[in-house]
Design a protein around this ligand. Structure first.
Ligand code: AMP
Length: 195
């Protein structure tokens, strides 16, 4: 199963992605986690992206596409599938990502979208900032990341709806229910894709 996860910051992507990827036995690839690991390890790539993450700005496409291609190719070799969390975030990334996936013979079967209202996102992110101490969970950066999502990423919903692969889940529901509904919807897509 090859899944893209499209959700605003604070929608609970990380937790759900771990559970869903375990269910479908595919690697969970989080571009945000990959970047944070590079920053923590002080690699050249980490030094290049650090300021973008701190500001809540998008990392330039050529950097993102490089790490996504490497991670997806590795996931495909190991399992034939992937759950990509945090990519694509722009229409340009979606188009280029599609070309890469086609070249690898592994375009996405489904795009899972988590819908959460803006006040709830703010509340969750501020809470996470207090508990996890993530550098980009300050109020100003959170507002900026939500704005970036609305202007750059939300237009992808129409793009994927038009391709017939979009599944939207109300992610304000309890965590377990979100997991169950996501898995059920994805399994239905998988049957259609396999048919
Ligand atoms: P996330 O963990 O998905 O919230 O991502 C954290 C940060 O990593 C974002 O605010 C961006 O700075 C960067 N990032 C993650 N994925 C992407 C992407 N696909 N394109 C550009 N920047 C990204």
């Amino acid at each position: 199963m090859r899944i893209l996860l499209l959700a605003p910051p604070g929608a609970g992507k990380g937790t759900q992605a771990d559970r869903i990827s375990a269910h479908f036995r595919v690697p969970h690839i989080s571009t945000g986690d990959l970047f944070r690991r590079h920053v923590a390890e002080g690699t050249p790539l980490g030094r290049e992206v650090d300021a973008y993450l701190r500001r809540g700005d998008l990392v330039p496409d050529h950097i993102v596409l490089g790490i996504v291609e490497e991670a997806v190719a590795d996931a495909l070799t190991r399992t034939g599938g992937y759950l990509l969390d945090g990519f694509p975030r722009t229409l340009a990334q979606a188009r280029q990502g599609y070309q890469i996936a086609r070249r690898l013979g592994a375009t996405a079967d489904a795009v899972l979208h988590f819908d959460v209202s803006e006040p709830e996102l703010m509340r969750r992110l501020l809470e996470r900032g207090l508990s996890d101490g993530r550098a980009d969970d300050t109020e100003e950066t959170i507002r900026h990341r939500i704005d970036v999502y609305k202007t750059e990423t939300a237009p992808l919903l129409g793009y994927y709806r038009g391709r017939g692969v979009l599944v939207t889940i109300d992610a304000e529901k309890p965590v377990d229910q979100v997991t169950e509904e996501s898995i059920a919807a994805l399994e239905a897509m998988q049957e259609t894709a396999g048919a």
